[in-house]
Structures are given as C-alpha cells and as structure tokens.
Design a binder for this molecule. Structure first.
Ligand code: ZN
Length: 193
C-alpha cells in the first residue's frame, strides 16, 4: 500500500477544520513533496449540498501553482464526512479529477474518534454503459454501482451531462496509508549523511 505522511500539526488541522465545519463537509488541499505533506490550505466548500458533498473553490485549487513554483505539488485534497465513514462516495469518485493526488477523508461518524483515511481515485473512461447502475440519491445526473475487488474496489458510474450526453466511467479506489509523524523530532534524530 502507498503511504502519505502527515506531520502531526497538519493531521490535527484537518480534524479541527472538519469539527469546526460540521455538520457541513469541509475541504482543503495539502502541499508537499515525495508523499510528505508540508502545508495546509483551507478551502471553501462550494457544493450545492455541503451536507453530503464537497467542491473545492477555484481560488484554493489555484494555490497548487504556488506550490509548484517552490518545487512542491498539491499532494492531497482533503474533505470531511461528518456523518459517514471515511470511504469515498460515488460523487467523490465522479469528481476525482486529480489522479496524482491523495484524497484524504476525515470521518466524524464516531463521536470523539475522528478517522482520517487516504485514497487514490483513478478514473478510466468506459466504452460501454455499465450494467446494473443505481441512481445516486440527491444527484439526478449520477448513477453508480460499487464493486468490491480482490485487489481494489471500484465504482462504475454514469454521468449525465448537459444535453443528455452520457459519460461512462470506472473509478479505481485504492487505499493509501496515512502515517502521522512528528517531523521535527525525526529530523533531530536523523543520522548524519
Ligand atoms: Zn466524500
């Protein structure tokens, strides 16, 4: 399993943001390099229904170019699930436009026990309409089916665009282990090169 390493401070900031924003979902992005987060930018959730979905505002997403100017990247996009487990929803899969980013989800389902988990979501266009799709509640343009795989889970999706055009997608769902780290301590203890 891939990993993403979060300094304790950033881990705490994600949970604090999720708790402050509940019952709405909150969202934001992380800068970093080589799978290690270095900074957090809080976003605004511009979803029409922020209780069950998120949409990071454009101004926040533009910060990834600042990250790139200093040799870093947007390594993760985080959002919260105030009343659901820390697993990507069909809508999360449909809106996963960054195959190189880790999607961090902070669940507040268990009171007093926030659960932060990471996922990679890889979209792939399908040539045929998937069978056995179910309508996704609260989203008349999205149909989905979740599949448990031996290696990876996936969603099969149908997105109905303007003019009624259909897009058919498979989205692979692979877990990324979240490692919480006190980076200051680890640097103090690192051996000399
Ligand atoms: Zn979600």
């Amino acid at each position: 399993m891939q990993t993403i390493t979060l300094p304790q401070l950033i881990y705490n900031q994600i949970i604090a943001h999720a708790q402050a924003g509940a019952p709405d979902e909150v969202c934001g992005i992380l800068s970093g390099r080589d799978g290690v987060a270095t900074g957090l930018v809080r976003g605004r959730n511009e979803a029409a229904d922020p209780l069950t979905t998120y949409w990071v505002d454009g101004e926040t997403l533009l910060k990834q170019f600042d990250f790139e100017e200093r040799g870093e990247a947007m390594i993760a996009i985080y959002h919260s699930h105030p009343a659901d487990e820390a697993y990507p929803s069909a809508i999360d899969a449909a809106n996963a436009f960054y195959p190189d980013a880790v999607y961090l989800i902070c669940s507040l389902l268990q009171p007093g026990q926030p659960d932060l988990r990471g996922w990679r979501l890889i979209q792939e266009e399908l040539a045929e309409r998937p069978a056995q799709l179910q309508p996704v509640r609260g989203n008349p343009r999205l149909w989905a089916q979740h599949k448990h795989g031996q290696q990876e889970d996936s969603y099969e999706l149908m997105i109905v665009e303007d003019q009624g055009r259909e897009r058919w997608l498979r989205v692979w769902v692979a877990e990324v282990a979240v490692v919480v780290h006190n980076l200051v301590l680890s640097m103090q203890h690192a051996p000399d090169p």
